[in-house]
Design a binder for this molecule. Structure first.
Ligand SMILES: *Cc1c(COP(=O)(O)O)cnc(C)c1O
Length: 235
C-alpha cells in the first residue's frame, strides 16, 4: 500500500503540474479540476486521499463505487468514468455526481427512464472515441452533435460536456491532435446553444498526457497512477 508521505508528494506534484499547465493555457488553476482516479485502490487509500484534501474520486465500476461509498465520508464525490452497462443504471443513479461514459442514445434512454422514476436529473458527459479506435467505446466525432441533439430531448438527463480516453502512446505529444479535435467539437456544440446541453466540462487527459490535454483545453483531468501508483488489482 502506498504510504501517506508518497501519496502526499505525488498529489502535490500532480497538482503543481495541473496548475502550471492551466496557466500555460491562459487559465487559472481553479478552472481545471483534478479528478483522482481511485479504481482498484483500497478504502484505506481513499481515506488517506481524503485526509490529504481530495474530495473527488473517479471509479470505473458500479459495484466498486457502491462498496466503497458507505465506508467513506459522505462529502467525497464519486464520478463514474468507466463503461456503464444498461442493467447497472438503476443501481448507480444518485450515487455519482457525474457519469463520464455515456456512449449511445440507447444508454441515455435507459438513464432517462430510471432517472424519471427516481425523480432525479442525471448529469452526464458524452464519451467520444476521438481517435476512432476499434477497441474503444464512444461516439465518433462526426456523431457527437447529432447524438447530443437527440439526448438533449431527455428531460432527466443533462449533458454537461464531453469525455475521451485518448490512445495509449509513449509520447504524449502524439495525442495533442486528438485533444485539439475534441476541444474544437466541444466549442462547436457549445456554440449551437442547444437546450439542456451545457458543454461546460471537457474531460480528457490521464497520467501519461494530462498536461498536453490541459494545454489543449481540458478542464477536467483524470489521474490515477500518477497519484496512487500502480493499481491494486487484488483489492
Ligand atoms: C483508469 C482510468 C484513468 C486513469 O488512468 P491513469 O493512467 O492511471 O491516470 C482515467 N480515465 C479512465 C476512463 C480510466 O479508466
Amino acid at each position: 500500500m502506498i504510504s501517506f508521505e508518497t501519496l502526499k508528494q505525488n498529489y502535490e506534484t500532480v497538482r503543481n503540474k495541473v496548475r502550471d499547465a492551466a496557466i500555460r493555457s491562459g487559465r487559472t488553476p481553479e478552472e481545471v479540476l483534478l479528478l483522482p482516479v481511485t479504481k482498484t485502490q483500497s478504502v484505506e487509500v481513499l481515506q488517506m486521499a481524503y485526509d490529504l484534501g481530495m474530495r473527488h474520486a473517479g471509479e470505473n465500476r458500479v459495484q466498486e463505487i457502491l462498496a466503497k461509498k458507505d465506508q467513506l465520508p459522505s462529502d467525497l464525490d464519486f464520478q463514474l468514468i468507466g463503461h456503464l452497462q444498461k442493467n447497472k443504471v438503476r443501481q448507480i443513479i444518485g450515487h455519482v455526481s457525474l457519469i463520464h461514459s455515456v456512449d449511445s442514445v440507447e444508454l441515455a434512454q435507459v438513464i432517462e427512464k430510471e432517472a424519471a422514476k427516481a425523480d432525479r436529473i442525471v448529469p452526464i458527459l458524452l464519451e467520444i472515441n476521438a481517435a476512432e479506435e476499434e477497441t474503444k467505446f464512444g461516439i465518433s466525432l462526426d456523431e457527437a452533435l447529432p447524438v447530443a441533439q437527440q439526448i438533449a430531448q431527455f428531460p432527466h438527463v443533462q449533458i454537461k460536456g464531453l469525455m475521451t480516453v485518448a490512445p495509449f502512446v509513449e509520447d504524449p505529444e502524439d495525442n495533442r491532435k486528438v485533444f485539439r479535435d475534441m476541444h474544437e467539437i466541444f466549442i462547436d456544440i457549445r456554440e449551437k446553444r442547444i437546450d439542456n446541453v451545457a458543454m461546460s466540462i471537457l474531460s480528457m487527459g490521464m497520467t501519461n498526457d494530462y498536461e498536453v490535454a490541459i494545454e489543449e483545453g481540458a478542464n477536467l483531468v483524470r489521474v490515477g497512477t500518477g497519484i496512487f501508483g500502480p493499481r491494486q488489482y487484488n483489492v
